[in-house]
Design a protein around this ligand. Structure first.
Ligand SMILES: [Mg+2]
Length: 468
């Protein structure tokens, strides 16, 4: 009997990170890192999990009379479209499955359940991140059904299969299917070499956890030293609320990462080609800064010029994420200072990335796979940028790529990521882990909003200002 999607579950999970300052930046000073989490179930008992990322208390702005998180409602509407579908017919053409998820005209245009939240689409806002959670769950299901981690499922695709799985609509002025196919075919012969290399060495990673705005100087100094000892050579610091304090914190990080005495004993000098254009210091260490959208365009330019002494590789999210021309102006103004511009974690669809790339507004593309509408759209951006995470199949080089590593909340996941002694991501090899997104049932029970045991605990409620 054909395996069909029978039902789904949705959970509003909120972790109380606001109490420790984890995740604090110039815009988000008190975050409870949260997710709207969806599980698709099939007749045979397979479960595919997906999520989109939200920030706890901010969710209350969009809570409605039903007392249900609006993203969860949107996920319900999108996931409903999959109930009763045969999974193999979906897996046969994931690009088509993605089109189908997006194709409900009511969800695309108007409001959900008559909420007066006009124009929640198309391909943006609540409906788009909800589609991301559902599409991610479908890919998790696909990978698990093939007993492969997600990356392996995708790199084992033929060029034709990969192109078929990609969301190409609206981007043919940046890349056509034919161009993508040719690019992938050119890399096909050497794919297994790159796979072997990345399995052995890991995928380059950078650490953000040392430089959250809510941490004091000593904590920043200590965490930076620990990160160097752990093998990292890319470090990111949050900036944007106070130029004097940012310069001071930046100088602390720079002094720690540029000091050879802090390098680990077994330190191997970095390959210079991995450091090109990154303002690396004498030890081969790189600093990046992230403003989380806090500035206007002229303000961004002046502020970042003032941080020239700490030699950042790039400024991330200097201004509003939708402002393509603003990013282009900032990039142009900072170029003489050798500082690049990065953005993308709030770019809500592939068309925004297309414009950022075509307007030469950014040096570095940063995708959030829980904000874009799932893997099919991520592939579209990767193919457009042709230099990002799926290096095995797409760009043929990881020389300059780094993936963010944040050391929080891993304990809630069944298959957490891990970092090797070189400060790189270990490549997931467990055939059962799919998207590596399964959350422990106990974590869901504890942190589900509003009835999880944590959120019902009187002490916790007082600490979060929920009760007096
Ligand atoms: Mg950021």
């Amino acid at each position: 009997m054909a395996d069909k999607i029978t039902h789904f579950e949705i959970h509003d999970i909120r972790f109380p990170t606001s109490l420790t300052g984890d995740g604090t930046d110039a815009m988000n000073t008190e975050c409870d890192y949260s997710s709207a989490y969806v599980s698709l179930h099939t007749t045979s008992g397979l479960v595919g999990n997906g999520m989109t990322f939200t920030i706890g208390r901010g969710n209350d702005i969009v809570r409605i009379a039903y007392g249900v998180h609006i993203v969860c409602i949107a996920i319900r509407e999108v996931a409903n479209r999959l109930v009763g579908k045969e999974i193999e017919s979906l897996f046969e053409n994931m690009g088509k499955a993605w089109d189908y998820l997006l194709a409900d005209p009511q969800l695309r245009w108007h409001s959900i359940l008559s909420l007066k939240m006009s124009r929640i689409g198309p391909e943006k806002g609540v409906i788009h991140i909800a589609t991301g959670a559902v599409d991610n769950a479908l890919w998790d299901l696909f990978a698990k059904s093939r007993k492969k981690p997600l990356w392996k499922l995708i790199v084992d695709f033929t060029p034709e299969e990969l192109v078929q799985a990609t969301a190409f609509r609206y981007i043919s002025d940046a890349i056509t299917r034919e161009e993508a196919l040719q690019m992938l075919k050119e890399k096909e012969a050497t794919k297994s070499e790159r796979e072997a290399f990345v399995k052995e060495n890991g995928y380059p990673a950078y650490v953000t956890s040392a430089g959250w705005l809510g941490y004091d100087d000593e904590k920043v100094r200590r965490l930076t030293k620990e990160a160097i000892q752990a093998g990292f050579n890319h470090f990111k610091m949050k900036v944007g609320t106070n130029p004097t304090s940012d310069l001071r914190r930046g100088m602390i990080i720079r002094s720690v990462i540029d000091d050879p005495a802090n390098l680990p004993k077994e330190h191997v000098p970095r390959d210079p080609k991995t450091l090109v254009g990154k303002n690396a210091g004498p030890t081969g260490n790189v600093l990046m800064i992230d403003a989380n959208q806090v500035w206007d365009v002229p303000q961004a330019i002046e502020y970042v010029k003032g941080l020239q002494a700490i030699k950042p590789w790039f400024i991330e999210e200097p201004t509003a994420p939708d402002d393509i021309l603003g990013h282009a102006a900032i990039r142009k103004a900072l170029k003489p200072y050798g500082i690049g511009v990065a953005t993308g974690e709030h770019a809500h669809n592939r068309m925004v990335f297309k414009q950022l790339l075509l307007a030469e507004a950014i040096d570095v593309v940063q995708i959030d796979s829980c904000r874009l509408a799932g893997v099919s759209e991520v592939l579209a951006v990767l193919l457009m940028a042709a230099n990002l995470i799926d290096y095995i199949a797409v760009s043929g080089s990881i020389d300059r790529n780094v993936l963010e590593f944040v050391d929080h909340l891993h304990e809630h996941f069944v298959h957490p990521c891990s970092i090797n002694a070189k400060g790189r991501y270990n490549v997931p090899l467990n055939p059962e882990e799919g998207y590596s997104i399964d959350m422990h049932k106990s974590s869901i029970a504890r942190y589900e909003w509003p009835n999880g045991s944590y959120w019902q605990d009187p002490e916790a409620r007082i600490a979060h200002g929920l009760d007096k």
